[in-house]
Structures are given as C-alpha cells and as structure tokens.
Design a protein around this ligand. Structure first.
Ligand code: SAM
Length: 252
C-alpha cells in the first residue's frame, strides 16, 4: 500500500535503504529482479553507447551490481551511495575489480569531494526519483561533469508508475505535484514485503525543466519494456512502460 509521507528526512531514507541492502544484493544476484536484469540494465547500456567511459560515477550505486557491469567497459568507475550498508556490500562483492572505488556519501555532498568537471559520464540508475531536491542534485551533477559529457539515468515512469503501483486514483495523489510516496518494497518474483522505501513522484515536466535549468539538453528518451518472453515471467503483461530512461548532454 502506497501512502504520502511529507517531511521525510535523508536520515530516514538512508535507514530504509540500509535495511533492505542485503535483500537487494540477493534479489539481483539470484536473477529475481527481472526489471533490473531485463529492462533497466539494457536501457542503461543502450544509453551509454557513445559515451566517454574514461571516468564514470554511478550515483546511488546500491550494492554495486550495475557498477560492476559498467566497470567491465569503463576505465575507472566510482560508485557512491548514501547507504553505508549498501557501500559495504558493494565493496565486498567487487574485490576482483581494480577499477572501482566506492564512497559512502550523498549526491548533495559531491561538489565538496570532487573538483569541477571531474567526470566523463554520470550514471544514475533508479536514483533520481529518490532524491529530495531534484534541482539541487542536477546542479551538482552539472558541476562534476565535463562540458559536453553525458548524464544517463533511469527512473520510475512519472506517468505510469502511479497506475502500476495503484495510487493514481488515491485522493491524496495529484500528478502535477511533487509527492513523497512511501511503499512496501516488492518485486515480481519476490512478493514478500521486504521493507519500506520512499520515492518522490514528480511530473515529467519537472524532470525535463530541471534538466534544462541545470544546463542539460535531452538527446533521447527511452520507455523500455521487456520482451514478450520475459513478460511471461512477470505476474501480468506490461500494459504500459514502468520505467523511463533519459540520455542528456551538458551543453551550458
Ligand atoms: C532504487 S535504489 C537503486 C540502486 C541501484 N542504482 C540499482 O539500480 O540497483 C536507489 C539508491 O539510491 C541511494 N540514494 C538515495 N538517495 C541518495 C542520495 N541523496 N545520495 C546518494 N545515494 C542515494 C539509495 O541508498 C539506493 O541505494
């Protein structure tokens, strides 16, 4: 059941991700997270095509499953996450990689950690809908990126996630507003309630306008869906896209 939770703090959000860190590591490693494997990760790699992978930062890297895949193609990857537990698990799972560094830090503190224009590409997979202040975060990303470098990210689809997660018709919901939503964390192949996480519903125009204001131009938008064969593994067919990918370039 999804509910609005105004006033949630990063301390509370961090605790939520800490608490499900081990569950997430196992779900992804065991192939239980169909969307991670068959929808979101392929979309990220399609967006990364043509990007400069000499120095990549993976924002909200979780337990590092995607970071490790990026590291197979990139020269150097830094994975950062607000959750200490996620970073510990990511480090333990990445000991064979000499080109990954993990840091337990929030995106909001990155500009004090790295000099301007440090990175050739920024990846943020399923992270930007969890940050409390999108404008602030995009401005920080713009600072740490090199000019004409790419930001690629995936998010829950702003138009369809409220339908999929069954809160589009709730009285408290208003598509046009930013609303922090707390919900039980469940995936299709693991229906147990594994904890609670919070995401911020934002209208699509908020993402587009905030990107523009931070100096980005959108190159391409993606609405990935799994193949028919993979869709059969989910409990029901996909009637609409559940996720969105955006590839942008820093132009200003
Ligand atoms: C939905 S998970 C995505 C994890 C991973 N990218 C993946 O695709 O499996 C969101 C991640 O963002 C992290 N996160 C949320 N807010 C953050 C912030 N302000 N700074 C850094 N990490 C944050 C959470 O701890 C969590 O690991």
């Amino acid at each position: 059941m999804a509910r609005p939770v105004f006033g949630k703090t990063y301390k509370e959000i961090t605790k939520e991700w800490d608490e499900i860190a081990l569950v997430r590591l196992n779900q992804i490693e065991n192939g239980q997270d169909l969307s991670f494997t068959h929808v979101i990760t392929p979309c990220i790699f399609e967006m990364l095509s043509g990007c400069d992978l000499s120095k990549v930062i993976d924002l909200g890297c979780g337990t590092g499953a995607l970071t490790r895949m990026i590291a197979q193609k990139a020269k150097h990857v830094i994975g950062i996450d607000i959750s200490k537990r996620n970073v510990e698990l990511a480090q333990n799972a990445s000991t064979t990689f000499s080109n990954i560094d993990y840091i337990n830090i929030d995106i909001e503190s990155l500009s004090s950690k790295f000099i301007e224009a440090s990175f050739s590409t920024v990846v943020a997979s399923m992270t930007l809908m969890t940050v409390l202040n999108l404008d602030q975060v995009l401005q920080i990303i713009a600072k740490i990126l090199k000019p004409r470098a790419h930001l690629v990210f995936t998010i829950t689809h702003p138009c369809f996630w409220p339908l999929y997660w069954n809160y589009a018709k709730e009285q408290w919901f208003n598509y046009h507003k930013e609303i922090p939503v707390e919900a039980d964390f469940k995936i299709s192949l693991d229906r147990k309630e594994r904890g609670v996480t919070t995401h911020i519903h934002r209208p699509l125009e908020k993402y587009v306008n905030s990107l523009t204001e931070a100096g980005f131009s959108i190159e391409k938008i993606y609405e990935p869906v799994p193949s028919e064969e993979i869709q059969e593994k989910y409990s029901g067919k996909w009637e609409y896209p559940r996720f969105m990918g955006i590839k942008c370039i820093l132009t200003n």
